[in-house]
Design a protein around this ligand. Structure first.
Ligand code: HEC
Ligand code: HEC
Ligand code: HEC
Ligand code: HEC
Ligand code: HEC
Ligand code: HEC
Ligand code: HEC
Ligand code: HEC
Ligand code: HEC
Ligand code: HEC
Length: 356
């Protein structure tokens, strides 16, 4: 779609991007051998140290070895756009898409396209070498993809450098960083609608890797993730956290209380396992039993409570309807919860046995 190239250029000119030279050093882009002499803009706080000596010059014909170099282009985005028009448009990628999210905000000095920003190269790395050389386009720039010549930490570096905020301060202790998951395994940045940040489309991003969870959320009882009503990030911080399973809150129970506040209490008559950990009785993602239970009563309760001493009848198959018995209240329907309705604790003065 070549029609988009002039449109994009016009857009950039309108936004004043045609003249980043006011902010960037004036050295014009040169052929491969001397591209390294273009100076990086000193104005940008995000600019890496460019005082390191330039890479050695190569004869023009020899293939340029892999590596980004240390030099930035003189004209920033304008140079990139000369070659990169909208040809590679897909559903989640357009060249101009980067202007549809916060990175394209010109008024935000912290953003790549803010005053003094490195524009495209804030993310893709110093681009003078890539722009000038003819022989090695693929191995001279950070493409953020799994096929990159850069390691995962190297690909993440520009993102981590700008995003040092509380939401991500546990990134390095989280399971994702420890297991070489890249920021861009989840995030799409050349779009105004990053699927991982939209409740209804986020699960598909996560479930591409988390197969067991894909199964669990299809079970009869589950949190309504498959209906697009809830996302993994309602409970988890994908950027890592210091609690179990990278939960948003320090404990499992505090995570649940975010939405199930009525289970928090305080209760006059507490039930010990409820106070301790909801996952004693519930699987959180999905279960084939009602109410996300790990087991069905009476077995659920009898993991801890002995049937001995209880005013009860035999809890065997004989008590089931059709087996000769009329159906014991200890076995059918909610079993124990037929009478002990307040399993989560009771505030009734006479609720000691969780009966009311
Ligand atoms: C002289 C033309 C030219 C300029 C200027 C240029 N590129 Fe490229 N770029 C290319 C070509 C050609 C490719 C390879 C495309 C392919 O083979 O799919 C490429 C590939 C890329 C890739 C993908 C690399 C990969 O491994 O898949 C990225 C990212 C990229 N360029 C970013 C930039 C940025 C950012 C700038 C500005 C600093 C820039 N380019 C300037 C021509 C250019
Ligand atoms: C905020 C960081 C960021 C900025 C700024 C940015 N990009 Fe990208 N770019 C990415 C990421 C991440 C990808 C990987 C694909 C994706 O996210 O959709 C990418 C992919 C690309 C690709 C490769 C597409 C492919 O098919 O492999 C090109 C080319 C590219 N960007 C060029 C540019 C140009 C030109 C600019 C400036 C106008 C720019 N980028 C600005 C983050 C950025
Ligand atoms: C030059 C600094 C800079 C770089 C590099 C950068 N970001 Fe950002 N990013 C920002 C700023 C500033 C915002 C605005 C949000 C804010 O106020 O915190 C932002 C916003 C975002 C958002 C939210 C987008 C929106 O529209 O609300 C995501 C997601 C994000 N960045 C991911 C990344 C990833 C992944 C990378 C690496 C490919 C990256 N960023 C690289 C500065 C940067
Ligand atoms: C495993 C997937 C995943 C990875 C990897 C990931 N993110 Fe995110 N990111 C998310 C999700 C999900 C959200 C939305 C969170 C929400 O809505 O509460 C998000 C939101 C964001 C936001 C915007 C909202 C905010 O919290 O400020 C930024 C910025 C961001 N991520 C940056 C990064 C950076 C930088 C990295 C790499 C260090 C990264 N992300 C790695 C999944 C991921
Ligand atoms: C690129 C693959 C990939 C994607 C996408 C991904 N993860 Fe992961 N995730 C992993 C790997 C690898 C681990 C570590 C091994 C494991 O526990 O399976 C992990 C671990 C986890 C853990 C366990 C943490 C712990 O401490 O035990 C949680 C929770 C998690 N991911 C949530 C998410 C969420 C939420 C998303 C989407 C926003 C997501 N993941 C997207 C690969 C991925
Ligand atoms: C209602 C809250 C909630 C939602 C929604 C949720 N999780 Fe979890 N997840 C948890 C809790 C709590 C645990 C810890 C379970 C435990 O301690 O046994 C957990 C554990 C995990 C683990 C680690 C499992 C293990 O075996 O160690 C992964 C991976 C995970 N979740 C991925 C996801 C993904 C992917 C999604 C979205 C599709 C998601 N979760 C949605 C609450 C939630
Ligand atoms: C972000 C909000 C949110 C959080 C956090 C949350 N839940 Fe839920 N929970 C829901 C919603 C919504 C439903 C579905 C209610 C419905 O279908 O009527 C639900 C339903 C349930 C059910 C009943 C399921 C059924 O099939 O009847 C149980 C049990 C449950 N949650 C336990 C937990 C536990 C345990 C935690 C903590 C690990 C937790 N929830 C965290 C929102 C949440
Ligand atoms: C001792 C086992 C046990 C523990 C621990 C437990 N639950 Fe339950 N929960 C049950 C049973 C049994 C049911 C089904 C109740 C019924 O059939 O009336 C249930 C039902 C639910 C429901 C759906 C019906 C309702 O009452 O809203 C939610 C939500 C729920 N539990 C949340 C939690 C939360 C949150 C925690 C942790 C604070 C927790 N549960 C701890 C046994 C437990
Ligand atoms: C993980 C173990 C565990 C599970 C599972 C469990 N309980 Fe409990 N329950 C306890 C503990 C511990 C106490 C406190 C006993 C005490 O204070 O002497 C308790 C107390 C009670 C009490 C009050 C007893 C009294 O003497 O005050 C009742 C009633 C009760 N549980 C019923 C149930 C029912 C019904 C279920 C199944 C839905 C169940 N429990 C599941 C551990 C468990
Ligand atoms: C038909 C109603 C009913 C059913 C069904 C029932 N209970 Fe009870 N349960 C009671 C009553 C009534 C008490 C109080 C007895 C008392 O105060 O002496 C009680 C007391 C208890 C106590 C406290 C025992 C004690 O010595 O103080 C526990 C624990 C208990 N039940 C667990 C269970 C479990 C586990 C089940 C399922 C296997 C169950 N109950 C099913 C009515 C029932």
């Amino acid at each position: 779609m070549n029609i988009k190239k002039p449109l994009l250029s016009a857009l950039l000119v309108l936004w004043g991007l045609a003249a980043p030279s006011a902010l960037l050093a004036q050295t014009p882009a040169e052929p491969a051998a001397s591209a390294a002499s273009a100076a990086a803009p000193a104005a940008s706080a995000a600019a890496p140290d460019t005082s390191a000596s330039a890479p050695a010059a190569k004869p023009a014909a020899a293939p340029v070895p892999a590596g980004m170099g240390t030099e930035y282009t003189a004209k920033g985005a304008d140079t990139c756009i000369e070659c990169h028009d909208a040809d590679s448009d897909t559903e989640t990628f357009t060249m101009a898409g980067v202007f549809k999210n916060r990175h394209g905000h010109r008024g935000d000095a912290r953003a790549p396209f803010g005053k003094g920003g490195l524009q495209c190269e804030a993310c893709h790395g110093p681009g003078a070498r890539h722009s000038a050389n003819k022989s090695n386009k693929k191995l001279t720039v950070n493409n953020f993809r799994a096929n990159s010549f850069l390691s995962v930490p190297e690909r993440n570096a520009p993102c981590v450098a700008c995003h040092q905020d509380p939401a991500r301060n546990a990134w390095h202790v989280g399971a994702h960083d420890r297991n070489q998951v890249a920021c861009t395994d989840c995030h799409q940045l050349h779009t105004g609608k990053d699927p991982v940040r939209v409740t209804s489309t986020q699960p598909d991003v996560c479930l591409a890797c988390h197969k067991q969870e894909r199964i669990d959320f299809q079970k009869a009882s589950s949190h309504p993730v498959r209906f697009g009503k809830m996302a993994c990030s309602d409970c988890h911080n994908a950027h890592g956290s210091t609690s179990v399973a990278m939960l948003n809150k320090p404990t499992v129970n505090q995570t649940c209380f975010e939405c199930h506040a009525e289970k928090r209490g305080p209760m006059l008559w507490e039930h010990a396992p409820v106070v301790e950990d909801c996952t004693t009785c519930h699987t959180v993602h999905g279960s084939v039993r009602p109410a996300l239970l790990t087991k069905s009563p009476p077995m659920l309760c009898q993991q801890c409570h002995s049937p001995a001493g209880h005013p009860s009848v035999a809890r065997t198959g004989a008590a089931l309807p059709g087996n000769g018995g009329a159906g014991s209240i200890f076995v059918v329907a909610g079993s124990c919860t037929n009478c002990h309705t307040q399993v989560h604790g009771s505030n009734h003065p006479a609720g000691a046995k969780l009966l009311r």
